[in-house]
Design a protein. Structure first.
Length: 481
């Protein structure tokens, strides 16, 4: 595996931590331990991508089965492109949609149940971006428990490898990423092992993006240390004061130096949202450009401002040829999963905009590139209110209104088209939580200050996750209209 790894990037040799990781990967796959779980973590650029490419190529050469998985559709597609091997979402791997009849002839509703899996030959399951996997305690799906149940019900000789960045944002509602903790696996009887990679190699040593990511990791460690010192002070075990928050001043100095190094024709810092929109319009490429924000409200402001310019004020509904971002999993006819985080393209509107349950709707023909790389055309219903709002999804009042106004054909008992409609947002600006698992060559980062209720370490995790979405050019934006 070491030979394959170094052959992927001629001229660069593996460092000590990478050599140790490659040896551990080989030994883990070849040993006869049951219920094996290996976690491989490392910061941005530490070589995790090349590790996975080398692992997949080595497994293929050895004629051993490997399954690649990721928490979101976007992350799965990035993984497939990286490893040049088919990848799928965890949701697609774990669950299948089941339609239940409602009482009193009110039609059907869809729920998801855990699929069974039969594999006679031991298989290695690799989960990328595993920092996004939850255990259900934060209100999301119990992906860890469901993955274990499905895999080890099939065979205890299967193995699981989880890859991710421990400094990125954890699942919503969590303070740490459960997938990287031994407590998530050992109670299930798993043989748990962990590899930690060091260093950052994705970009050149002169890369300001990688330099900022390294600075953020340093500030994060300082803030964690300040909490420990504060606790020692309160217990009277030390007499040393430690001042927290100095990183904010250092970050401001870094921003000034970074902005001063730009040229007038293409600035690296925008003082207002308006100038950022002009620059975004000039350089926008679908799938290659994005603005990242902390809040859905600011993302919505940018999306509306950009579309106001691009479509000459026609912002009330999506335009033909425009891309849209899917914000919840949806199964299409034929069982194809349109996963949360994937982008689709609107081909043409079908019929007129209409009202239902106090909201505006439209039907449209859309195009989507699936996990297998095939283009698929389908017709669906879109909620225009969600597109225009600063919310991540329909609020509870809107969802309740949909249930109260559900439409059922008593002859066919088809599911209500409004309840099964696509939830989409505009993709030009996204929250960092939504963007996690993706990568863009040109990232505009809205520099929202930490909220009063947020601790510095959580904010720095957010900042680090945002910065590491950028593979080439980072443009900073002040939160001013």
């Amino acid at each position: 595996m070491l030979t394959i790894f170094e052959g992927l990037n001629p001229g660069i040799q593996a460092d000590d931590s990478q050599r140790a990781a490659l040896e551990a990967l080989e030994e883990f796959v070849l040993n006869d331990t049951e219920k094996g779980v290996l976690v491989m973590t490392g910061p941005a650029g530490s070589g995790k991508t090349f590790m996975m490419k080398a692992l997949v190529r080595w497994m293929r050469q050895a004629d051993r089965p490997v399954v690649l998985l990721a928490p979101t559709g976007r992350a799965a597609k990035v993984l497939a492109q990286t490893a040049r091997c088919r990848a799928n979402t965890l949701h697609r791997q774990l669950y299948r949609p089941v339609e239940d009849d409602l009482l009193n002839g009110r039609g059907t509703r869809v729920r998801f149940e855990l699929k069974s899996m039969e594999r006679d030959e031991p298989c290695v399951f690799v989960v990328d971006e595993a920092s996004m996997m939850g255990n259900g305690s934060g209100g999301g799906e119990s992906l860890i428990a469901d993955l274990l149940q499905q895999i080890y019900q099939s065979s205890s000789w299967h193995k699981i490898i989880l890859v991710g960045d421990p400094y990125q944002l954890p699942p919503v509602g969590e303070t740490e990423s459960p997938a990287f903790l031994p407590s998530s696996w050992i109670p299930w009887g798993c043989d748990f092992r962990k590899i930690e990679l060091a260093g950052r190699y994705r970009q050149s040593a002169l890369s300001p993006v990688l330099h900022l990511a390294g600075c953020i990791l340093g500030w994060m460690q300082m803030e964690k240390r300040s909490v420990e010192v504060s606790q020692d002070l309160s217990e009277g075990t030390v007499n040393k004061e430690y001042k927290s928050g100095t990183w904010w001043t250092e970050f401001g100095e870094w921003i000034k130096e970074y902005a001063d190094g730009a040229c007038q024709e293409e600035p690296l810092m925008h003082a207002t949202m308006s100038t950022a929109i002009l620059d975004f319009e000039k350089h926008y490429e679908p799938g290659q450009s994005v603005l990242l924000a902390y809040s859905n409200a600011w993302a919505s402001k940018f999306n509306n401002g950009y579309r106001l310019r691009r479509f000459d004020g026609q912002v009330g509904r999506p335009q033909e040829g425009e891309s849209l971002l899917v914000v919840r999993n949806q199964y299409l006819i034929g069982g194809h999963l349109l996963a949360n985080g994937e982008e689709i393209r609107l081909l043409k509107r079908v019929g007129k905009t209409h009202q239902h349950a106090g909201m505006s709707w439209m039907n449209a023909m859309m195009e989507w590139i699936g996990m297998d790389g095939d283009e698929r055309t389908f017709e669906g219903k879109l909620c225009l209110d969600l597109l225009q709002s600063g919310q991540a999804s329909l609020n509870p009042v809107q969802q309740q209104a949909l249930w109260q106004h559900r439409v059922v054909d008593p002859d066919t008992a088809e599911k209500d088209p409004y309840l099964s409609a696509l939830w989409v947002k505009y993709p030009y600006a996204q929250t960092v939580h939504k963007a996690q698992g993706g990568a863009w060559s040109r990232v505009y980062l809205l520099l929202e200050k930490p909220y009063a209720v947020q601790d510095p370490v959580s904010y720095l995790r957010w900042l680090y996750t945002a910065v590491t979405r950028c593979s080439d050019r980072l443009i900073l934006v002040q939160p001013r209209v």
